[in-house]
Design a protein around this ligand. Structure first.
Ligand SMILES: Cc1cc2nc3c(=O)[nH]c(=O)nc-3n(C[C@H](O)[C@H](O)[C@H](O)COP(=O)(O)OP(=O)(O)OC[C@H]3O[C@@H](n4cnc5c(N)ncnc54)[C@H](O)[C@@H]3O)c2cc1C
Length: 418
């Protein structure tokens, strides 16, 4: 690897630049469905298709979805030719024996990083532990480094080339404390303006989450123990209930078993509601004010109701004919059939996930953007954002792979610039 020529400082994903070669293949797929066209096998991130043997619950759940919605039963939802369908096995960030895999286990393992935070084998890498970046340092409009708090001490660290921010949900806060954000908000907090961008912290997008609870056949509990790390038992990606032929996935169903019940997690992947992230004052250690704007756009409520009416109810009816021990308990069929009661159920039952994205959106400035198509922050120089905050539209699945891909792409582009 041509070691990085940049001095890079950021909160998280900048490490991807340093370990670029290892990232050429993102994942190491382990599953019965070996699909070399769409999966890597030599990368550092382990993906496990689980459970190894589909459970009875998942077989029944999947049959019911297929019968009720007309989608296919599929084996690999990450094969772009089969994005929609129902499946008995999930693809999980797990090592072969079920341990959780993540960017730190995959990319900051002992062969890459010493316990002191230095790169192994002369890799140009330095990780500051117990450190919180407070702001980006500028000379004029050029980012030159960061100020950070490390174990009670303030440090300034300078970049020879570029500064890359990847603080996830905190990235807007870092920009705002550095003078990039809505002018009024920054002025109120007494923060000197570097670039007035009203789009910073807007457009917060998150998938919605509800549940449907079923009784289940207690004899089906036994084979769940076969793979205790499998997490889920069956699932589906479905099209939008109002536009079922457009081929895009809009709904994610996740089967789980808890306290003797089958719980189907219902996720709407294409919400139109948008939230905001704002700072409270000029204290960089103060948590931001985050409003995810759930259900602000009435289209989202209409869609979630349609998901219950058009997918969950018919699926429940099929499931009970496959095995009468499986009955929809909550919401009841009566609730689903009553618009007002269903709306109330959805609000009361509303859950939270951590798929926040888009609050430093990749788009032209005039169209709500904060970064350009290379992740470069509008209005300033030498500052890049590389995390889920720049995702321009709602990801149609879980979000970490998108965050990894953003880190990879930014790294690749920077390497090509050299
Ligand atoms: C409990 C949980 C479970 C999840 N499960 C899944 C899953 O199974 N599959 C999936 O695809 N996605 C999952 N997600 C979502 C996924 O983790 C996120 O989409 C993804 O991590 C976003 O990546 P990111 O780089 O944008 O931010 P992050 O991963 O949050 O990285 C930001 C990093 O910056 C650090 N940081 C923040 N502020 C500062 C600062 N001021 N100074 C220094 N460091 C700072 C943070 O500590 C963090 O390490 C889950 C999220 C949560 C919270």
């Amino acid at each position: 690897m041509k070691e990085s020529l940049w001095s890079l400082f950021s909160a998280g994903i900048f490490l991807f630049v340093m370990i670029f070669n290892h990232f050429k293949q993102l994942e190491k797929f382990q599953g019965e469905n070996e699909n070399p066209k769409f999966h890597g096998y030599k990368g550092r991130i382990n993906i496990r298709q689980a459970p190894v043997n589909p459970t009875n619950v998942s077989e029944k759940f999947v049959s019911a979805i297929v019968d009720a919605t007309g989608v296919d039963k599929i084996l690999d939802y990450n094969d772009p030719t089969t994005p929609i369908g129902a499946f008995t096995q999930w693809q999980l960030y797990q090592k072969p024996y079920g341990q959780r895999e993540g960017s730190s286990t995959a990319f900051l393992s002992p062969d890459i990083l010493t316990p002191d935070g230095l790169g192994e084998n002369e890799r140009k890498l330095r990780v500051f532990y117990y450190s919180t970046v407070l702001r980006i340092l500028f000379e004029g409009r050029r980012a030159v480094g960061v100020e950070l708090l490390k174990e009670g001490k303030m440090l300034k660290v300078y970049a020879r080339k570029k500064v890359i921010i990847s603080a996830g949900i905190n990235s807007p806060q870092l920009l705002m404390f550095s003078g990039i954000g809505p002018v009024r908000e920054l002025q109120q907090a007494g923060i000197p303006i570097v670039f007035n961008n009203p789009n910073v912290g807007k457009n917060v997008t998150n998938h919605t989450l509800n549940t449907a609870i079923f009784s289940m056949n207690q004899r089906d509990m036994a084979d769940l123990q076969g793979d205790p790390f499998a997490l889920y038992t069956g699932g589906a990606f479905l099209p939008h209930p109002f536009s079922r032929m457009n081929g895009r996935r809009s709904v994610q169903l996740i089967g789980t078993v808890s306290e003797g019940n089958l719980i189907i997690v219902v996720i709407f992947l294409q919400p139109r509601s948008r939230g905001t992230i704002r700072i409270q004052n000029n204290d960089p250690l103060k948590i931001v004010l985050a409003d995810e704007g759930f259900l602000d756009n009435p289209f989202d409520m209409e869609t979630i109701k349609a998901i219950f009416r058009m997918y969950i109810k018919p699926m429940a009816m099929k499931l009970s004919t496959i095995d009468s021990a499986y009955q929809l308990l909550n919401p009841t069929i009566d609730t689903i059939d009553n618009d007002e009661a269903l709306e109330e159920y959805i609000k009361e039952n509303f859950g939270h996930n951590h798929h926040q994205q888009g609050f430093l959106r990749m788009a032209p400035f005039s169209r709500g953007g904060v970064v350009d198509n290379q992740g470069r922050v509008h209005g300033v120089d030498h500052l890049i954002v590389a995390d889920a905050s720049i995702i321009p539209f709602s990801v149609d699945g879980n979000t970490s792979a998108a965050a990894y891909l953003i880190g990879y792409t930014v790294a690749k582009n920077l390497m090509q610039e050299e």
